[in-house]
Design a protein around this ligand. Structure first.
Ligand code: GLN
Length: 531
């Protein structure tokens, strides 16, 4: 049987439950246990696939093609292990399953209710890894006290009761604000949020207190007394310089030791040597580069979470601080492009859907191609690079993607076998697929392997009808699907580093090891900057 750690949040959102869950997971993994993390989201969307990035941030795609919450990205990056659709459940999925069963008559005429039917389905999902991992961390989205979180808390309470005290633990993440006028840290919000938890029959074992300053012994004793938690299990969670430092901060406060004792885990010491070196390289880099990130959701940077994390990893590998400059592609045009991209050591054109901002991206790509500035295009960014090359190098003046516009040169299009899938456009290519690399390419130099696996989330493809014209004009198709039918990577000859990829490499970048393409791109930017 697995041991369960439930993580809840109180007072307000955005306290970093995802990072806390990942950090606890890492410390336990480094003690030699097998660990996984599950996220339960109380919203009614079946998955975040259709949600606006401004609302929800990035959609994270797993190997098995599930479109999931961005916290799964943190789990993968911290734990260096791949999540699957079993790691993310939404209220929408839970209700959908229960209602579908009801329609099939599987409840044999009973009244179908939140308790027990919805809670049973939540528990079934929480037990998805039972016996397969030593420790299952269950992160419950939202804030305690929200109406929609209730069935999840109830399910967690029931599950903890079923597996027994030795096998379940509740960690509550809360906020201890510093009130300037009083010159004091205030514990009342924490007391209230623990009270709400207790109303649901949950007594937290450990409190992680987000605070701007250290909690002294007195405050911790006070919180402990009022919340029924022993003093040493009231642990401060201070703002960190980098999220990757959080596990070490927790370890200093013996969080992993306390968890091990409470769950009766075998005594072990976490091995954090490589992680420590990684954090050191993030905090004290030798060099610096500035990369322009051209996209349309730049105002809400959670939309590109995995990309910015991948740059942190790639920076650490190159002993370089990567400063990202966010550039709204809608604001780029031919007359201001040189100004907008001035001083950048490299530019990345981001993924995206729909035509808004596309012409700005194409204009930016023309500029970096002509000026030998390192370029990295991801998904839509790669598609824009193909359009730009077709228009300005191969002379196909009105080349475009059929996602945006009808054109006599649809260089990006739906594949023939996709076109009849639906009138609105084909199905999405989601999840991990293999690609084969050409040996003389930047891609091969980076991966050092002829076969790679990368995750996808797109509908449109490089149109094979234009393979000959574009390659003759100097575009290199350096990566293709194993059957050779789909173009996965394009490069421009006689350019220091110009790589566009149809997949999403940012989803495979892990802490410590990073991703070969991001590492190579940062390296090229460093060379370009003269560093
Ligand atoms: N909109 C493009 C497509 O569907 C690219 C998608 C993306 O960038 N993720 O093919």
């Amino acid at each position: 049987m697995s041991k369960y750690i439930f993580i809840t949040g109180g007072v307000l959102s955005s306290l970093g439950k995802g990072i806390a869950s990942s950090s606890i997971g890492l410390l336990l993994k480094q003690r030699g246990f097998s660990v996984t993390v599950q996220k339960f989201d109380p919203y009614l969307n079946v998955d975040p696939g259709t949600m606006n990035p401004f609302q929800h941030g990035e959609v994270y795609v797993t190997d098995d093609g599930a479109e999931t919450d961005l916290d799964l990205g943190h789990y993968e990056r911290f734990l260096d292990s791949s999540m699957s659709k079993l790691n993310n459940s939404t209220a929408g999925q839970v209700y959908f399953d229960v209602i579908s069963r009801e329609r099939k008559g599987e409840y044999l005429g009973k009244t179908v209710q939140v308790i027990p039917h919805i809670t049973d389905e939540i528990k079934r999902r929480m037990r998805g890894f039972d016996g397969k991992r030593d420790i299952v961390i269950v992160e419950i989205g939202g804030t305690v006290g929200d109406i929609e979180s209730l069935p999840f808390l109830e399910a967690a309470r029931q599950l903890s009761f079923e597996v027994g005290k030795q096998n379940a633990l509740f960690v509550h993440l809360t906020y201890v604000p510093f009130i300037k006028s009083a010159g004091e840290l205030k514990t009342k919000p924490t007391q209230h949020s623990v009270k709400v938890l207790m109303e649901h029959g949950i007594m937290p074992d450990i409190l992680l207190c987000r605070a701007e300053m250290k909690l002294d012994k007195e405050i911790r004793a006070k919180i402990g007394l009022f919340c029924n938690v022993e003093e040493r299990s009231v642990i401060e969670a201070l703002d960190a310089e980098t999220i990757y430092e959080v596990p070490m901060m927790f370890a200093k406060r013996e969080l992993d030791t306390i968890i091990s004792e409470k769950l009766h885990l075998r005594k072990r010491v976490p091995n954090m040597d490589a992680w420590g070196r990684f954090v050191h390289r993030i905090k004290a880099p030798k060099h610096q580069v500035t990369i322009g990130l051209v996209g349309k959701y730049v105002k809400y940077q959670d939309s590109y979470k995995s990309i910015s994390e991948a740059f942190i990893h790639a920076g650490a590998l190159n002993n370089t601080k990567v400063v990202l400059k966010w550039i709204d592609s809608e604001h780029i045009n031919e007359s201001n492009v040189a100004q907008q991209l001035k001083g950048l050591d490299g530019i990345l054109v981001a993924p995206g859907f729909g035509s808004r901002g596309v012409e700005g991206k194409i204009t930016a790509i023309k500029h970096v191609r002509e000026n030998n500035i390192p370029f990295f295009g991801i998904c839509l960014g790669m598609q824009c690079a193909v359009i730009e090359f077709a228009r300005n190098v191969a002379g196909l003046t009105n080349a475009n993607s059929t996602e945006f516009k009808k054109s006599s040169y649809p260089v990006i299009d739906l594949m023939p076998d996709q076109k009849h899938v639906s009138d609105k456009g084909g199905t999405m290519r989601l999840g991990a697929y293999k690609a084969h690399l050409q040996k003389s390419s930047h891609a091969y130099k980076a991966y050092k392997s002829e076969v790679i696996t990368e995750r996808h989330r797109h509908r449109y493809e490089f149109n094979n009808e234009f393979r000959d014209v574009l390659t003759q004009a100097g575009l290199k198709l350096s990566g293709v699907s194993p059957d050779g039918r789909l173009v996965e990577i394009v490069e421009v000859r006689n350019h220091p580093w110009f790589v566009g990829v149809q997949f999403h490499p940012e989803l495979m970048s892990r802490a410590v090891t990073g991703h070969p393409l991001f590492a190579a791109f940062v390296r090229a930017a460093l060379v370009n900057s003269g560093g």
